[in-house]
Design a binder for this molecule. Sequence first.
Ligand SMILES: O=C(O)c1ccccc1NCC(=O)[C@H](O)[C@H](O)COP(=O)(O)O
Length: 259
Amino acid sequence: MILDELVTATHNRLERQREKVSLPKLKQEVAKLNATAKLDFLAVLQRPGIHVIAEVKKASPSKGTIVTDFPYLQVARTYEQAGADAISVLTEPDYFKGKLRYLNEISAATSIPTLRKDFTIDPYMVYEAKLNGAAIILLIVAILTDEQLCNLRKLAESLGMQAIVEAYTETEVTRAVRSGAKIIGINNRNLKNFAVDFGHSFKMRSLVPAKIPVIAESGISGPADVKRLAQADFKGVLVGEALMKATNKREMIRAFKEF
Ligand SMILES: O=C(O)c1ccccc1NCC(=O)[C@H](O)[C@H](O)COP(=O)(O)O
């Protein structure tokens, strides 16, 4: 099953990385960071309207290579100029052809919050996210225990970042709420079989109390989808493939933001 494979690959990569840079050493590097102004994505989500997290993604397990030409910095700058509220950067290398370096460079080249989009399973990865400029991390309920969910989110917050806690099933949404998540993402993609159902997030929305902002993720293909989500009280959308393939990314983001 792909999710298990992704998590195993992440564990293996993490072990190799720890041998190169120990956790204490990584923490020291993070402690040396200049205290720059915090990019507060939660505050952004509390403004009126629907907010766009535009994703920089070269490939995915379900789609294979999405784009062959991948000028990631130019894409990120275009997203920011077009009015995106945050940029999601895939850093998983084996299945998404992502790199931490992309996150690092994009965070330095733009001034909106960046999300480390990865399969975060360990505090080490939260420190890496911080060191490479992320303002947000993703925590996937399906691959974490309740204790990990809570501890990793609190660690991110203690480092001045925020966590989007991603859920798919009813049980996962309930666990996300119970864990104290301040931002919840409802995925339209079933990570067990890749099936995407745009209607899925609407069915799950009411499980989240109104005070917690909810982001709809995956399978969002155009402004009409975003309008429906805004009307259903979603505060944000995470859009990857549609934007990566769009010939006019600027126009697509502008159209998303009209609602
Ligand atoms: O996209 C996949 O194939 C995939 C497989 C297994 C785990 C995660 C996967 N995708 C990550 C995402 O959820 C998307 O990058 C993100 O939500 C944007 O989705 P889309 O707009 O459909 O590209």
